[in-house]
Design a protein around this ligand. Structure first.
Ligand SMILES: *[C@@H]1O[C@H](CO)[C@@H](O)[C@H](O)[C@H]1NC(C)=O
Length: 418
């Protein structure tokens, strides 16, 4: 049962002090190394005005990326009967130049040969990249308003075979769901998007931006019930299974690990989150706090900059029975959300699952799948990745706090797991 009246939280913001440290590297969406190819329907059914809207939408979803030969490169293909390469991959350095180039694309008109356009991207546009060995993500976004007059299956399969991730965006009511599903990667809940018509395409902008960003910064692929999703494997990435003692878990089928004061779970952030943190992620920990860990204040998980500033942290306080989430901020260096109520049972010495659902502008906490509280966040900054990521450390110290942790039972898109 949820008691709204007893919910309380405080959003603490520490003032921004010094300017950025020399030589530090931030990583996030903007610095993702992507080859991004937009494949846009320019057939007659779209019409001049809606085609302009489609162009603006592409400009909008591109704005989160730093357009340069180091980071994201963009190409645009317009297609009808034949594909036309409007903007070659990496032609424009800088967002302003790219925006202008997209704006000046003229509407083609004609039939809808989507398969042919995807094949053109796979055979000619992606391979034209000047940095084939450095690029981290090859992503195609197909925007179409109608049923293709040719076959899309072969070209889309070829794209996936080449490691290209394909998003399919269907606009209007003439589209065929099965066609979008064959164009896009699996699961279609992630890679297929719909808009009612071009006038409402802005509504799927946030969702598209987020998906593009997640695709760009989630480093590992984890097979989840035959789906192919990206996510962090923190338990493995942090070498917890290797360093900690194996103990019986919360369920007989799962192993758990006990950290002692002499276990040091510390890794370079670069190794764990080479592309920074995504805008949305789920932090899940199934843990048992006994002895000192149920009384102390410690960071269950933290990402520190080289200068030991917190880039992200989940802090437990047995004394106050609270959970604190810390992240970066645009106007403030560090923003902290304290969940003051609802976490008493986390400290009762039994197994519990703590979950934080982090979104671009809000964080939601759960205990044993019960929603505890939702709090608004200020926009966050990309994190510094040249420091360390640690598990179960006393606040401001390197001392490990003994906790027991289960292997993650639950996995979701672009999540981290302890
Ligand atoms: C693009 O972004 C601007 C500014 O946020 C917004 O007003 C406009 O509706 C967006 N257009 C589309 C097509 O997404």
């Amino acid at each position: 049962m949820l008691l709204w009246s007893v919910w309380s939280a405080i959003l603490l913001l520490t003032p921004l002090e010094a300017a950025e440290e020399d030589g530090d590297v931030r990583a996030g969406c903007s610095t993702a190394v992507n080859d991004l190819v937009y494949i846009v329907d320019g057939s007659w059914s779209v019409g001049f005005s809606d085609f302009d809207t489609a162009k603006q939408w592409l400009i909008n979803i591109t704005s989160q990326f730093d357009i340069s030969s180091h980071y994201t490169q963009v190409a645009v293909i317009q297609y009808s009967d034949t594909p036309r390469l409007e903007i070659p991959l990496g032609k424009h350095q800088g967002g302003a130049e790219l925006i202008q180039a997209i704006q000046s694309i003229t509407y083609l008109g004609g039939n809808t040969q989507t398969g042919r356009a995807i094949k053109f991207a796979v055979d000619h546009v992606f391979p034209s990249s000047q940095r084939a060995s450095q690029v981290k993500n090859r992503i195609a976004v197909v925007v179409t308003d109608g049923k293709s007059q040719d076959d899309v299956v072969d070209a889309s399969m070829e794209a996936r075979a080449q490691g290209i991730t394909v998003f399919a965006v269907g606009v209007g009511n003439e589209i065929t769901t099965s066609e979008l599903v064959s164009i896009a990667n699996k699961p279609s809940s992630t890679y297929v998007l719909y808009a009612e018509d071009y006038t409402t395409i802005d509504r799927i902008r946030d969702s598209m931006e987020q998906k593009l960003c997640e695709e760009s910064v989630c480093p590992t692929r984890i097979p989840v019930a035959s789906r192919d999703e990206k996510g962090f494997e923190l338990m493995a990435g942090m070498n917890i299974q290797m360093k900690a003692k194996k103990i019986p878990g919360s369920l007989v089928t799962e192993a758990a690990y006990a950290l002692t004061a002499s276990t040091d779970i510390t890794e370079n952030t670069r190794e764990i989150f080479p592309e920074g943190l995504p805008p949305s992620y789920v932090f899940v920990a199934t843990l048992r706090l006994t002895g000192s860990s149920s009384k102390l204040t410690f960071d269950l998980w933290r990402v520190l900059s080289k200068d030991k500033e917190i880039q992200a942290a989940v802090t437990l306080s047995g004394k106050d029975k609270t959970v604190t989430f810390t992240t970066t901020g645009i106007t403030q260096k560090e923003q902290r959300v304290i969940f003051k109520a609802g976490f008493q049972t986390l400290y009762d010495g039994k197994w519990h699952q703590l979950k934080l659902l982090v979104r671009p502008r809000q964080v939601t906490s759960f205990l044993d799948d019960q929603l505890i509280q939702e709090v608004i966040l200020e926009p966050v900054e990309p994190i510094y990745i040249n420091g360390e990521t640690q598990v179960a450390k006393r606040r401001g110290m390197r001392i490990t706090v003994p906790v027991s942790m289960n292997n993650a039972a639950e996995r979701s898109k672009c999540s981290e797991f302890i």
